[in-house]
Design a protein. Structure first.
Length: 751
């Protein structure tokens, strides 16, 4: 009759700090190897669940009375004390003991001492090349039980040995020697001689209950725990009154090391693979100091370990296989950085069965002491926000490869990385908006660095970000997004294939980004047609865009395709007046906003700062083929007469035809609006309506001008609206010569 297996929730084994996670793996590994080969484990929320033949009392009894520890040795480190072991040292005490559970440990210690002693005849065994020889001989000659720890601490390659951050720099971190600390805790737990002789009454069982089941609060020891639990390490400013000593439950350290040995399987499977001098452990990547509050730019780090969390029971061998072959792919290759990893996890490019990851980064704190700092958790989900950021990597990668980044560029890059991490980890429209805003800021910072432009990043950001894909992910339902998208989407028509005038497409973005149209790729622009987005009030910037656009259109009418710059753009010089014909100022291509949003912007009811940021980000998109995700024909808004009169004049050619032709703004309108002469512009607009055989039914121009903030009018006219809204505005303010009745002034727009 088979033994009954039941799940046991280990309240003392949490996924963070690192010690808690490794402790859970240690329990599963030891129980499966020494008690129940069919044991399994999984995570249930914040606790580990062990399923085996042991109940709570049986588990505690096993570890206290029957547990046989793994031989944990790194005799190549000077602080371990080899080859001449002091009888009072932890290794010396274990070597002199008679406990049968320590038999394999004693054998490994004795053989390691022999290897070190033999090699010491040729020189200093604690320095290369003899140190590497000792490591190679230990792996070849020590018992298999001891090799497991060696593989978790050091990776042997064809030319050198590299280390795993799990155990510092080859089993030690400065003067802290992991195997010696492990042996010291065993001396106490096994009640051996030396220091253990003074602690024969040590609460070994109470410690075990606290470590596994979180029962009781036994007094802790002042031994070291190293990097595994930053909260217990002690040191400078670690207590409420300043410096404090370490506090540790010996079982926490012992079981954490036993669990970390499982990562040795992954290192062995990738024998010889290294990354920047570190062992290529699955789920170990280069550090990205973003995404957690304690991260700091330039902070020394040994990398990040992403600890997988799974909710379905897995055996010891299944967990070992997961840690050995862990998959985390980003853009067709294994993730290399924390930023890559979070996007791999949130695009389902990781092993099946993993529900999430606990991110742990190894950083230098308290002087030069390395600590494993918890940096948050990430759920394995499919986020489109993470997926679309892949197209940003090639251009940003050029900046990452620069070793001596200017401080401003480095700061902008960090802000960008933070935004990408948050978009992948949390998702949502606003998180993805922040990515584009940060991308625009990064491009602007690079543009201001002559060295970066000429030597490192020869082109501005020109990777195609399809607005068709991005816009649904960016739309958070706010007026600010719709307004910014409508303005950013505007562009001149693309010449047809084979056209004699095969000119680069001029976009609204080219007025505000440091980019000039060119084929086959856009180039950096030395002069912005309109400068100051983000530095000057938004309405001033947009008013200047309208004025410069008017000059530009007039110049193009004289066969000059270039935008206005210099004096024409910045000193208020007006274009040549073309009389009653007017100028086709509006961009033919655009995604319209809702008329009620335009009214809200005109009246100052929207957040200019947010519109400004969103506009900068949305200018990075390619809007060809994009269509708004919101309803544009909203005719139930009360529209100020000034906007109702002027709005139709700033729509694309052909959108509305009346009487003898199109409605076009006068060549001097932009300059007049910028100088606060809106009444003159409205009066001219009414004259042009009459020329188009429409009969105005609104009041005096001066009265209409006073009913709106004149300084915002020019900016509002840059926001495109739909053909339906345009027709409604015309019907709102005028009658055709054939009409007899019309809606009274001030009534809502009616189609």
């Amino acid at each position: 009759m088979s033994a009954v297996r039941a799940p046991l929730r280990l309240q003392g084994c949490a996924p963070e700090p690192l010690a808690g996670y490794l402790k859970a793996l240690g329990v599963l590994r030891i129980v499966a190897e020494q008690v129940d080969p069919s044991a399994s484990g999984c995570w249930d929320g914040d606790r580990f669940v062990l399923t085996s033949t042991l109940d709570a009392e049986g588990l505690v009894s096993f570890f206290v009375h029957r547990y046989a520890p793994s031989p944990v040795l790194s005799p190549w480190n000077k602080d371990a004390g080899f080859p001449a072991l002091d009888a009072s040292s932890p290794f010396g005490v274990i070597l002199g003991s008679s406990d049968p559970r320590l038999g394999p440990y004693r054998h490994a210690i004795a053989r390691a001492a022999e290897i070190v002693e033999e090699e010491a005849r040729s020189g200093d065994v604690f320095k290369d090349p003899l140190k590497s020889v000792v490591i190679e001989r230990c792996r070849a000659e020590l018992p298999d039980e001891a090799v497991a720890y060696l593989d978790a601490a050091v990776v042997l390659t064809s030319s050198a040995s590299v280390t795993s951050p799990l155990f510092g720099t080859g089993g030690n971190d400065g003067r802290l020697e992991f195997s010696k600390i492990f042996a010291g805790h065993l001396v106490v737990l096994f009640g051996l001689g030396g220091r253990g002789a003074r602690r024969r009454a040590a609460p070994v069982e109470d410690w075990c209950r606290a470590a596994l089941l979180d029962e009781g609060r036994p007094a802790l020891t002042d031994e070291k725990i190293g990097q595994f639990d930053p909260g217990a390490v002690g040191g400078a400013n670690s207590g409420p009154l300043g410096d404090a000593g370490a506090l540790v439950n010996p079982w926490d350290y012992v079981l954490a090391v036993e669990g970390a040995i499982l990562f040795g399987a992954g290192v062995a499977r990738r024998f010889g693979a290294v990354t920047e001098g570190r062992a290529a452990i699955p789920f170990m990547v280069e550090a990205s100091p973003v995404g957690y509050s304690t991260g700091a730019a330039g902070e020394a780090s040994r990398g990040e370990l992403w600890l997988p969390v799974w909710s379905k029971p897995a055996s010891r061998s299944e967990v070992a296989r997961l840690l050995a072959e862990g998959r985390a792919e980003w853009r067709g290759r294994q993730a290399r950085t924390g930023l890559d990893f979070v996007r791999a996890a949130t695009t389902l490019a990781v092993d099946r069965g993993i529900d999430g990851f606990v991110r742990t980064t190894f950083v230098d704190r308290h002087g030069r002491q390395t600590l494993a700092v918890s940096a948050g958790r990430v759920q394995v989900v499919d986020r489109s926000e993470a997926r679309v950021t892949a197209s940003l990597d090639p251009w940003v990668g050029q900046i990452r490869r620069v070793r001596d980044l200017p401080a401003a560029v480095a700061s902008a890059l960090r802000t960008f990385d933070t935004a990408v991490y948050r978009a992948a980890a949390a998702g949502g429209p606003q998180a993805l908006q922040a990515v584009l805003v940060a991308l625009a800021a990064l491009e602007g910072t690079v543009a201001r660095s002559g060295r970066m432009r000429t030597e490192r990043v020869p082109h501005p950001f020109t990777d195609r970000l399809d607005a068709v894909t991005w816009l649904p992910l960016l739309d958070d339902g706010t007026a600010e997004v719709r307004i910014a998208a409508a303005m950013a989407s505007q562009g001149d028509a693309i010449p047809r294939a084979g056209s004699e005038r095969h000119l680069p497409r001029w976009r609204f973005a080219h007025y505000l980004r440091p980019v000039a149209p060119a084929r086959p790729r856009e180039t950096w622009s030395d002069v912005l047609p309109v400068a100051g987005l983000g530095a000057r009030p938004l309405v001033e910037v947009l008013s200047d865009v309208l004025r410069v656009r008017s000059v530009d259109v007039a110049n193009r009418g004289r066969s000059s395709p270039e935008p206005a710059t210099g004096d024409a753009a910045n000193t208020g010089v007006e274009p040549v007046d073309d009389g009653p014909r007017g100028l086709d100022v509006a961009f033919p291509f655009r995604t319209p906003a809702r008329i009620d949003d335009v009214v809200a912007f005109l009246l100052g009811d929207t957040d200019d700062r947010r519109v400004e940021e969103l506009l900068g980000g949305l200018l990075m998109l390619d809007w060809v083929g994009a269509r708004a995700t919101w309803t544009s024909d909203t005719h139930d808004a009360l529209v100020p007469p000034a906007l109702a009169v002027l709005g139709p004049f700033f729509q694309p050619p052909g959108q509305v035809r009346l009487g003898t032709g199109r409605l076009r703004p006068g060549a001097d309108w932009a300059a007049l609006l910028a100088s606060g002469r809106a009444a003159e512009v409205i009066d001219d607009a009414l004259r042009r309506l009459r020329m188009a055989r429409r009969i105005p039914i609104v009041g005096q121009a001066a009265v209409m001008a006073r009913t709106v903030p004149e300084e915002r009018l020019a900016a509002a006219l840059l926001i495109p609206i739909s053909p339906g809204d345009t027709r409604a505005l015309i019907q709102r303010v005028s009658l055709s010569q054939e009409q007899e009745t019309m809606a009274p002034v001030g009534a809502p727009i009616q189609e």
